[in-house]
Design a protein around this ligand. Structure first.
Ligand code: AMP
Ligand code: MG
Length: 412
């Protein structure tokens, strides 16, 4: 049996990052940067007010309350048309540029609009001089957002290997980065093999079962950020399988297939891939997902996952997902791992394998991640596994006692 680490190292080595491409920013969400992003613009582009209020000279509001003459108004998007002089204020809205002369902003909450005679409140008269009473003393710089205090020109914003999140997309837009250098999204073909599989909703004849793996794997691929090419269920027919695989290798960056890789299989997948691709057939020292095949068909990586649904899922998690992430430029390939506390025992027997037991868990008040195994651990029992949110990595032996520590991979 091949140790998991050896199998993983072999597969990762064979799946280097794809060549970088330059894409419009709108098409790059979720992809990984292949180059550092350096800002060519300054953000904010000018000093502006962080609040609605009155732009003033701070010396004029050193003693409050104080009455000032309102000499103008600046909305966001407008440009100041005059400075603020001694005894003056300009009404200003959040985001509007600071007028020259002013060095602080008093929030509108601390203001009272006065009539033209300076005595009564209410709407200012059209013809008269407008006055405002301010009741907050502000120091120089109050409520001003300085030009460049978010981003300056030449700043290295994001480094290669960073996945473009929605917030990063927002920053790229804010500095007018129209194009980015990224690793391209992978186009991945997925197929199931097996004469017993029914996927069209028709009644099951004796011996037939409903297909589940291709459906699951397509979703897992999409979740991993791949473009999915669904090749459906392929019969255990050599000519048909060869045709489908060859077409996939010309059209896609990777192929994920389920079924037909275990020891006792009726040998269609093995026969075809063994003949047309450069494959390595493995028995890994793990449970579930012991059988696994990896190779290249016309240079395109092929992941041969086992057919048992839980094995298929675990195999994708441990073997295919990290390799596909590497091809897409990620540097963090595996799921995050924490040391968890077993709230229920994780029982197993010694068999020379590492067991990946599906568990549910959460962080508790003690700051530790506490886990309980899902109630069925069979490799055909996808229903129980489907609700798991982590996998415990249980080393060879008799398992983990209640209260014992065990490493887990967090799946969500
Ligand atoms: P195989 O790896 O092809 O020998 O299949 C192992 C077991 O998984 C058998 O019980 C198959 O019927 C079942 N199986 C294979 N492929 C699928 C699939 N796509 N969906 C559900 N079960 C499957
Ligand atoms: Mg089969």
């Amino acid at each position: 049996m091949t140790p998991l680490e050896d199998a993983q190292a072999f597969v990762l080595e064979s799946c280097p990052p794809r060549e970088a491409v330059t894409l419009p920013r709108e098409q790059a969400g979720g992809l990984v940067l292949a180059d550092v992003v350096v800002s060519t613009e300054i953000v904010p582009p000018f000093d502006n007010t962080a609040v609605d209020g009155y732009a003033v000279r701070s010396v004029d509001v050193a003693t409050v309350p104080v009455e000032l003459t309102v000499v103008g108004e600046i909305a966001a998007g407008a440009a100041p048309d005059r400075p603020v002089g001694e005894g003056e204020a300009i009404r200003i809205m959040t985001g509007a540029p600071m007028p020259p002369g002013a060095d602080a902003v008093v929030m509108v909450e601390y203001s009272e609009r006065l009539g033209t005679d300076g005595g009564e409140t209410g709407e200012p008269k059209r013809s008269g001089v407008e006055r405002v009473r301010l009741s907050e003393s502000v120091s120089e710089g109050t409520a001003i957002r300085r030009a460049g205090d978010d981003v300056v020109v030449g700043e290295e914003l994001f480094f290669a290997g960073t996945q473009i999140t929605p917030a990063i997309e927002g920053v790229l837009a804010s500095v007018n980065a129209q194009q980015v250098s990224v690793y391209p999204r992978l186009r991945v073909a997925v197929l199931s093999t097996g004469d017993e599989l029914i996927s069209d909703g028709s009644p099951l004849a004796p011996g037939q079962i409903r297909e589940s793996n291709k459906t699951m794997l397509a979703g897992m691929l999409a979740e991993a950020g791949c473009e999915v090419v669904d090749l459906g269920v392929v019969r255990d027919d050599e000519a048909e399988l060869e045709r489908v695989l060859r077409a996939a290798a010309t059209d896609c960056d990777a192929i994920v297939s389920s079924g037909g890789v275990s020891m006792g299989d009726y040998d269609v997948v093995k026969a075809v891939l063994g003949r047309i691709a450069d494959m390595t057939w493995m028995q890994m020292s793990i449970k579930p997902a012991k059988p696994f095949a990896f190779g290249k068909l016309d240079g395109v990586p092929v992941f041969g996952l086992p057919g048992n649904p839980v094995s298929s899922m675990v195999s994708f998690e441990l073997m295919a997902r990290p390799a596909l992430r590497r091809m897409m430029g990620h540097t963090q390939l595996a799921r995050p791992s924490v040391v968890a506390i077993a709230d229920h025992e994780l029982r197993r027997n010694p068999d020379g394998k590492v067991h990946f037991m599906r568990v549910n868990g959460q962080f508790a008040d003690d700051g530790r991640f506490h886990i309980t195994p899902v109630n069925a651990q069979g490799s055909h029992q996808l229903a129980a596994t489907a609700s798991a949110d982590a996998m415990a990595v249980v080393p060879d032996g008799n398992g983990v006692e209640v209260g014992g520590e065990v490493a887990v991979l967090l799946l969500r």
